[in-house]
Write a protein that binds this ligand. Structure first.
Ligand code: B12
Ligand code: SF4
Length: 489
């Protein structure tokens, strides 16, 4: 059969990551002998939707599959309407949005089937059943369907325990050169998934796909994929997009040993919790090629942080960021403004806290209650009768820090306008503090601040730039944090 797998458009931004879930599903479908095409319209933000639909129609698929986050579901609604009008193929949907709001999603007349949770084996069963004409859908656990206009739900499947049994994502179906995901040295970077799930339950995080369970691939299986990808696509930079790469320390040690023993010359980054790293571990991660870690820090106010159920404290954050920097690894902190309990004062603390850390990068987003999260329940509690509002498009933090950052479903203690203002100044203050640190490192705490202030005056700034470019003050240069290509060597 011919199968179209569709990645939706987001907004005017290009999707810089290949949708890995569709790659995994394509791997299953190809193993079953089908011809698959991945249409990632997230790569074509300005292409009109009619043209997107035509591309799918021209492929003449026997089955149409779509993935969707809640943020891109509005596009899915528009696209499926166009596809249903032109094709007789069944339309099946999966992903975070379908799993968080299955009834609402399947009520869409242009969607026929829905996969709840992890998709590979449900999809495999569906393809086999469709091909043989066996339409006893109630036998497929994890598949929701419609019968006589009624939505028939299904229990979700047990998460896949043996992830090594899955084919690697079908990367040959992506237009890989078009994804603008790069390492700081400008080389291409590709995403990999070495585990699924996370045992924590933070208030803002959607956990529906594998719940709070945690499943991992073997180091051998991961390295086999890295080698194959490195050889085929000539890349050596990887981004592990696991929820938490450092959750199982025994497993991680094994992976690192494997990387070191095999002398794999790869550079990589990953996501981690501040309470799941130590000085020794970070040094070893560096030796194994880790060059950047992204940490969820969320808030600089301990009480607000406690309410997120993140179960970390500010001292753990300080330690982890310092150790990461000492190990030679870049760090990025994710912060959320406008959490429950957040006032102007607590958000000031968050911004100050972010500015005080030796982070290479920081990202500030506004809290968004996604359906299926504790934050959503809190919102509904505050506004009884609150219904799902399909326009989640405003939650992108990838647009810019101006108009688009208007809060959406504000759950903080302050008004929308004030919250918007905080988000807009947070980035400036972080950059300013980062710049100031260079001066403090070189001139000491007292003079550093003064010289920094003077250096902000335009003529002084221009003269200093000329002097630095001419090679004067080499020690000042050395005091600057390693960034760009040098931090990725
Ligand atoms: C990498 C990632 C990104 C990447 C891009 C991802 C991409 N191109 O696909 C970036 C960093 C850009 C990103 C951005 C955002 N993200 Co994000 N992201 C992730 C992350 C960490 C991994 C996604 C992934 O590849 N998973 C691995 C694959 C194997 O799983 P999967 O995609 O869920 O697919 C499986 C099943 O869902 C199912 N399935 C999925 N689709 C389909 C389709 C069919 C036909 C079938 C049968 C089955 C099926 O089968 C698949 C295989 O098992 C997830 C967290 C997570 N653990 O999944 C968050 C996550 C998806 N992101 C999330 C959010 C909120 C965002 C942002 C809104 C953040 C923001 N405020 O801007 C933006 C929105 C971007 C947008 N335009 O819509 C939420 C989504 C919540 C929701 N209800 O939609 C998640 C779940 C994080 C969380 N735990 O809360 N994200
Ligand atoms: S935010 Fe991170 S630690 Fe918290 S539940 Fe989500 S993946 Fe787990």
């Amino acid at each position: 059969m011919r199968i179209s797998l569709i990645g939706p458009k987001w907004n005017e931004m290009i999707n810089s990551y290949p949708p890995l879930g569709l790659g995994y599903l394509a791997g299953i479908a190809e193993r079953e002998g089908h011809e698959v095409r991945i249409h990632d319209f997230g790569l074509l933000p300005s292409q009109p939707i009619e043209q997107d639909a035509q591309e799918v129609i021209d492929f003449k698929p026997d089955i149409v599959g779509l993935t969707s986050m809640t943020t891109s579901y509005h596009y899915v609604e528009m696209l499926t309407e166009r596809l249903k009008g032109a094709l007789s193929a069944p339309v099946i949907i999966g992903g975070p949005h379908a799993t968080s709001l299955p009834e609402i999603t399947l009520a869409n007349p242009h969607i026929d089937y829905l996969v709840y949770g992890e998709g590979e084996f449900v999809f495999q069963d569906f393809l086999r059943a469709w091909e043989t004409g066996d339409h006893r859908w109630d036998r497929i656990q994890g598949l929701w369907y419609k019968e006589d206009g009624q939505i028939i739900p299904s229990h979700s499947r047990k998460p896949i325990d043996d992830l090594d049994s899955l084919p690697h994502p079908s990367r040959h179906l992506y237009d890989l050169s078009k994804y603008p995901l790069y390492a700081p040295n400008g080389e291409q970077m590709l995403t990999v998934l070495s585990s699924r799930g996370c045992p924590y339950n933070c208030s803002f995080c959607f956990k529906g796909i594998v719940g709070r369970s945690y499943h991992q691939r073997s180091p051998e299986n991961i390295v086999a994929e890295l080698r194959q990808v490195a050889d085929t696509y000539k890349v050596r930079n990887f981004y592990f997009i696991d929820d938490l790469f450092t959750i199982d320390l025994k497993r991680l040690e094994k992976i690192l040993d494997y990387f070191i023993d095999q002398k794999l010359d790869y550079r990589w980054r990953c996501l981690a919790r501040v309470d799941r790293v130590s000085q020794d571990l970070l040094k070893k991660m560096y030796r194994a090629g880790c060059r950047q870690i992204h940490y969820g820090i969320e808030s600089g106010d301990q009480d607000v942080l406690r309410r997120t159920a993140k179960h970390i404290d500010l001292q753990q954050v300080r330690d982890a960021i310092r150790w990461t920097e000492e190990a030679g690894i870049r760090s990025k902190g994710y912060f959320i403004l406008g959490l429950p309990g957040d006032t102007e004062a607590t958000m000031e603390e968050t911004i100050e806290f972010a500015a005080s850390l030796e982070l290479t990068e920081a990202m500030f987003s506004i809290a968004t209650p996604f359906p299926g999260t504790a934050l959503w329940n809190e919102l509904v509690l505050r506004n009884p009768g609150m219904a799902y509002n399909a326009d989640f498009t405003k939650t992108y933090y990838y647009n810019n820090y101006t108009a688009e950052i208007a809060p959406f479903m504000n759950v903080s203690e302050i008004g929308d306008e004030a919250l918007s203002g905080m988000a807009q100044t947070a980035r400036e203050r972080f950059q300013d503090a980062k710049e100031q640190r260079k001066f403090i490192k070189y001139f000491g705490p007292q003079w550093g601040r003064r010289v920094y202030r003077v250096a902000q005056l335009k003529p002084v700034n221009a003269a200093a730039k000329v002097a630095l470019d001419a090679g004067l003050f080499p020690k000042f240069r050395q005091a600057q944090p390693r960034e760009g290509a040098s931090s990725w060597a």
